[in-house]
Structures are given as structure tokens and as C-alpha cells.
Design a protein around this ligand. Structure first.
Ligand SMILES: Nc1ncnc2c1ncn2[C@@H]1O[C@H](COP(=O)(O)OP(=O)(O)O)[C@@H](O)[C@H]1O
Ligand code: SF4
Ligand SMILES: [Mg+2]
Length: 326
């Protein structure tokens, strides 16, 4: 495979929840791709469909949710046509997900070495002593000190930050081509978060891992991601390089997110807030989903805007993008 070929290629992904009370359009026509060694940040408010996008890729959408349209290609293979056992084989070996709660991936009653060795040998049969050596190296790689000793501990004997590093080491243990990280550092303090982000960035570069980093916090992906996708109400509304999106935000929602970040130059001034709240995904307004919160909204916005490229690689879903910043 050529290096620039995407590891992950998603086109029109649509994942809905069906219940008696209606349809929740959790993910509604999401398209993006991520190449080897690249970090793609997905940012958006809580409830915008970020987690469901990740779970869709891994084949872990909980019922009554269902992927109803679109395609997901991993290394050229369409995952949406794959059965449960095929997906299970790929998970852990070709793709892995890291969750906000590290304990999702860890068993509280088993020693860490048992768990890491099992994760290795589930996909790559090898003698225990060899797997143990790999396990220690993997812990060291994510900045866990005294890895041989820590391997003999239980997950609860790790601090929050160390436990999250452990979850990252576990996700990376078989060098999957793709890792989806769903807010794994959100609960950690800023210094530890920054250390972990920097380790992950190094690992992605050195191993060529494609990473999708999901967060509600634009400042997290600002320093981490190569490209950013801004998600709103189940759809991507802006994608581009991190520089494009941060320096020249085109969508009113992206501008709102940037305006609500505390900055040194605006110190003392009140932070801009995006008025209103996220619409409920089972009752979206007709047309642009941002219409009720947007200061630029006009009659044309009652028609749903399509994603359009403004400059190479920079796309926005808005009838009236750009213009002077408020
Ligand atoms: N099990 C479920 N049943 C019904 N709706 C769900 C379920 N899980 C998530 N949703 C809905 O899907 C939407 C997207 O959720 P999610 O992907 O978790 O958002 P985010 O990760 O951006 O906070 C939300 O509106 C949520 O209410
Ligand atoms: S399409 Fe209209 S309502 Fe939607 S974000 Fe753009 S200007 Fe605002
Ligand atoms: Mg989430």
C-alpha cells in the first residue's frame, strides 16, 4: 500500500436508532478518511454523534442502533458488509478503540500482565515469556515507569493517568493500523493529559498508526491533530487541516467553538457562548441543523446545505460560510 492511501475511508456513514417513539439520527452521512501516521480529530458537543461514529467503525453499535447507509473501508476492505466474527478478528489486531473510562478495556480482577499477555496471544501465538517482554516494552512506550513491576499489579493499583496509559498500551499492543480514541484523557488533569497526547503523537508517527481522536474540547485536538472534523447534530460541518480550521474557521458553529476558548488576548473579556443548545437528534429542524442557533441564518438555510470544498482540503457545510469574524 502506498503511504498516502487512507487506512480508514468512510463515506456517507449513517447510523440511526430505531424505537417506538421515533428515529434518532445519531450519525447522518459522515465522510472522512485517515492515512497512516495521521491524527484526525473529531470535535463537537456532547450528543453530536462522535462516539457512535467510532462504534460504527468498530462494529460495536449497540441495539437498537443500526448502520443503515454508507461504507467504511479499512485497508481497502468494506467493514459494513462484514459479519460479527470477521469484525471480532479485526478488533485488537487491525483496529482498536480507547474509551474515556479505561476500565472498559480492563478486567478489575485480573493482574495486568495476564490481561496484556492474553491480548497479545489472542492474535499472535507466542510463548508466555516472549509476550511478557513485549508487554513490558509496550508499557514503557506509553511512559509507565518500572513496567516489569507494574505488570504484576492490578488495574486499581494504577492512578487514573497511569490506567489510561495502560488502556492505550493495550490498544496498541498488536500495532493496529487504526486506533479510535474516544475522549480518553478528558477526566485527567491538564498536565497529564498533555503528556499522554504527546506520547500518542510520537507513537502514531513512529508506528504509522492512523488515529481518530474524539473530543468535545477543541484545545485538545488543536495541539494533537493533523486534521480536524467538526461534528454537529450527527453530521460533519467542517473539515480541514488543523491550521485551516483554527486560523480560518468557515462554519458559524466552528467559529462559536473557537470564540468560547479562553485566550490570553481576550483575558478579562467575557467568553462568547453559542446561544441555545444542541437540537435533539430525533427531532432535527428542517434544513441546516444549526439554524436555530445561527446569527447568520437566512431563508436559504431552510434548505439543508451540502458539504462543499472551499479551498483544497477545506470543506464546510453552510450556505454562508466565512466572512468577517464576529
Ligand atoms: N443506546 C442508544 N439509544 C438511543 N439513542 C442513543 C443511544 N446511544 C446514543 N444515542 C443517541 O445518539 C446520539 C449521539 O450519541 P453519541 O455518539 O454518544 O454522542 P457524543 O459521543 O458526541 O456525545 C445522541 O443523541 C444519543 O442520545
Ligand atoms: S447554513 Fe445558514 S443557518 Fe446553517 S450554519 Fe450556515 S448560515 Fe447558519
Ligand atoms: Mg461520546
Amino acid at each position: 500500500m502506498k503511504r498516502q492511501d487512507p487506512i480508514l475511508y468512510i463515506e456517507g456513514l449513517t447510523t440511526h436508532f430505531f424505537s417506538k417513539t421515533g428515529v434518532v439520527k445519531a450519525v447522518d452521512g459522515v465522510s472522512f478518511s485517515v492515512s497512516a501516521g495521521e491524527i484526525f480529530g473529531i470535535v463537537g458537543e456532547s450528543g453530536s454523534g462522535k462516539t457512535l461514529t467510532g462504534l460504527s467503525v468498530l462494529g460495536l453499535v449497540p441495539p437498537p442502533g443500526k448502520i443503515i447507509d454508507g461504507s467504511i473501508h479499512l485497508n481497502g476492505i468494506d467493514l459494513t458488509g462484514m459479519d460479527a466474527s470477521g469484525l471480532r478478528r479485526l478488533r485488537g489486531m487491525e483496529m482498536a478503540m480507547i474509551f474515556q473510562d479505561a476500565m472498559t478495556a480492563l478486567n478489575p480482577v485480573l493482574r495486568v500482565d495476564t490481561q496484556v499477555i492474553e491480548a497479545i496471544r489472542a492474535h499472535r501465538p507466542m510463548p508466555r515469556h516472549q509476550a511478557l517482554k513485549e508487554a513490558a516494552a509496550a508499557l514503557a512506550q506509553v511512559g509507565i515507569p518500572a513496567p516489569e513491576e507494574r505488570l504484576r499489579a492490578y488495574p486499581h493499583q494504577f492512578s487514573g493517568g497511569m490506567r489510561q496509559r495502560l488502556a492505550i498500551a493495550l490498544a496498541m499492543i498488536n500495532s493496529p493500523g487504526l486506533i479510535i480514541a474516544d475522549e480518553p484523557t478528558t477526566a485527567l488533569d491538564v498536565t497529564i493529559q498533555a503528556q499522554i497526547l504527546s506520547e500518542v503523537q510520537k507513537l502514531s508517527r513512529s508506528k504509522g498508526t492512523a488515529i481518530v481522536w474524539i473530543t468535545h474540547d477543541l484545545t485538545v485536538v488543536a495541539g494533537l491533530a493533523d486534521r480536524i472534523g467538526v461534528m454537529y447534530a450527527g453530521r460533519l460541518v467542517e473539515t480541514g487541516t488543523t491550521d485551516d480550521v483554527l486560523d480560518n474557521p468557515l462554519h458559524p458553529y466552528t467559529r462559536g467553538l473557537i470564540g468560547s476558548i479562553p485566550s490570553r488576548t481576550r483575558r478579562g473579556l467575557p467568553l462568547a457562548q453559542i446561544p441555545g443548545s444542541t437540537p435533539s437528534l430525533d427531532n432535527l429542524p428542517a434544513g441546516c441543523a444549526f439554524i436555530e442557533r445561527c446569527s447568520r441564518a437566512r431563508t436559504a438555510c431552510r434548505e439543508n446545505p451540502a458539504m462543499a470544498e472551499t479551498t483544497p482540503g477545506h470543506q464546510v457545510r453552510c450556505h454562508f460560510p466565512g466572512g468577517e469574524l464576529p
